[in-house]
Design a protein around this ligand. Structure first.
Ligand code: NAD
Ligand code: DAU
Length: 355
């Protein structure tokens, strides 16, 4: 089968691309604009594989998408390209409207046009898999509820509102035009190749450099953490076995308060990186409480029982094993880290693929 994957140079997309190239016989076309979040150095392990292809393309560019569909003839579209960082959506929402809403619309239309041109067998087999977030459901503050596939939408941030909008578009294209779609909504991912603007990699790298560990508000906000490679496996299962028109929630049953996550990282670093920067006695002394994120959701938690019951997916990593692997990865992949921190990742490999 042929997989057209948008956002394959990002954190989760690159895990999906690596998973498919390394564990299946499928062909992959990675379609990515290479924004600040796109990093081809996360794909070095598969870059030369004959079943892997890359196109630096903006999903808002309909003509370019049409050409890619026509040339590659995908069986499955996995749509991960997005602006993904809540803080950036607060300071600059427009890019989120453009990519997450308009870009999804353009990709849906390109998919619909291509799908309409297929013979009946190809039409029936085609899948458009939209990868979304649990943040569309809003805030579970003050309850013990879990998000299910029927929880109503109540997004809080420009990011989550843009993702909610794209989810609605995808479902409308199924109902109105019959495009065979599946949707997944997942909780917070963590793991290797995570851009260090997000909580876990930021804390690991700041601590190693003796910088402050900025905890928003009181640090009691709860996220439900899933190791990225577990998510990549789940996405492949849904893309290949999910029922058309269905939604699957994906999560790790790992609810943790942010402050506990930061303490766990500090503890692991005490063990794995005991030689601290000068003047630092304990990593946890670097914890600094800072102004809270506006509109900050207090708690997210996913009920992942549907994907387990219907598709047999369960996570392999616990939070403890996954976090240890993650800290170890950042300690032993210093070149990837250095290139991200210096900005070199945007000028090195990306230039190899221009044109
Ligand atoms: P990311 O920010 O790491 O990567 C996004 C990728 O999309 C980058 O490679 C970027 O270059 C590309 N991109 C951005 N705009 C583009 C455009 N206009 N055209 C083509 N490519 C473009 O994001 P991520 O954390 O890997 O998230 C991937 C998807 O999963 C997103 O849709 C996100 O909403 C969703 N999601 C993320 C999480 C999480 O915890 N990170 C959880 C649930 C769902
Ligand atoms: O729930 C899924 C979502 O998880 C995805 O849809 C998003 O793409 C992804 O970025 C993530 O969103 P969050 O806002 O939860 O992730 P972030 O890593 O930015 O923050 C996690 C928590 O940590 C959140 O409560 C804010 C807090 N935080 C974050 C940063 C960057 C801090 O306290 N300090 C920080 O410096």
């Amino acid at each position: 089968m042929k997989f057209l994957i948008t956002g394959g140079a990002g954190f989760i997309g690159s895990a999906v691309v690596r998973h498919i190239i390394q564990n299946t016989e499928h062909e992959v076309l990675n379609v990515d604009k290479l924004t600040y979040a796109g990093n081809l150095e996360s794909l070095i392990s598969v870059a030369d594989h004959p079943r892997y292809h890359f196109s630096q393309t903006d999903i808002c560019d309909r003509a370019a998408l049409d050409q890619l569909f026509s040339d590659f003839q995908p069986d499955v579209v996995m749509h991960l390209a997005a602006e993904s960082h809540v803080d950036r959506s607060i300071s600059g929402p427009f890019a989120f409207i453009e990519t997450n809403i308009i870009g999804t619309y353009q990709l849906l239309e390109a998919s619909r046009s291509y799908w309409g041109s297929l013979a009946e067998k190809g039409k029936a087999a085609f899948r458009f898999h939209h990868i979304s977030t649990d943040e569309v459901y809003g805030d579970l503050e003050g309850t013990t509820d879990l998000f299910t596939e029927t929880t109503s939408y109540s997004p809080s941030s420009p990011y989550s509102a843009s993702k909610a909008s794209s989810d609605h578009l995808v479902r409308a294209w199924n109902r109105t035009y019959g495009l065979p779609v599946v949707v997944t909504n997942c909780s917070n991912n963590y793991g290797p190749y995570h851009f260090p603007e997000k909580l876990i990699p930021l804390m690991i790298l700041n601590a190693l450099q003796g910088k402050a560990l900025p905890v928003y508000g009181n640090g009691q906000q709860i996220r439900d953490w899933l190791f990225v490679e577990d998510h990549a496996r789940a996405l492949y299962v849904v893309a290949t076995q999910g029922v058309v028109g269905e939604t699957y929630n994906i999560g790790g049953h790992n609810e943790k308060a942010n402050l506990d996550v930061v303490h766990a990282i500090c503890q692991l670093l005490e063990e794995l990186a005991p030689n601290k920067p000068e003047g630092i006695q304990f990593y946890q002394d670097l914890i600094t409480y800072v102004k809270d994120r506006p509109g900050h959701d207090v708690r997210y938690a996913i009920d992942a029982s549907k994907i387990k019951a219907e598709l047999g997916w369960v996570p392999e990593e616990s939070f403890e094993t996954g976090l240890r692997k993650t800290v170890e990865w950042y300690l032993s992949n210093t070149e990837w880290v250095q290139h991200v921190q210096s900005g070199e990742y945007q000028s090195w490999l990306s230039t190899q693929y221009q044109g």
